[in-house]
Unconditional design. Sequence first.
Length: 144
Amino acid sequence: MKVFTIGFTKTSAESFFSRLQKAGVNKVLDVRLNNVSQLAGFAKKDDLRYFLRAIGGIDYAHEPKLAPTQEMLDAYKKDGGDWSDYERRFLALMAERRIEETVPRSALEGACLLCSEDKPKHCHRRLVIEYLMQKWGNLEVQHL
């Protein structure tokens, strides 16, 4: 199964939507806790849903089960927390939520996990994919 990830900061709307179309993404799975972010005007949930459909015929869904808690996010982002601590806590949260059982594989087929971080290295979307690869196996991942 092929899965994609993408971030929307430090990019233009043109580059963002072009990368999704070129990759053949059929659905954007928004894994942000707060999907009404003002970080990029085109990435607010209702606007994003419209743009994805109008520009690329791409579906949109929000999946908060794949997002960190507000407490985790604040400890890392606002309080300057350590990435390894955030990673450990988020992996434990996914295990506690049993996302491998509660999020259907079909929800990720041809989907692109969306978060704000421009690169996947320090983004929870990468952790979601790596966790699911361990649980499900055979995921082909492309970071756009």
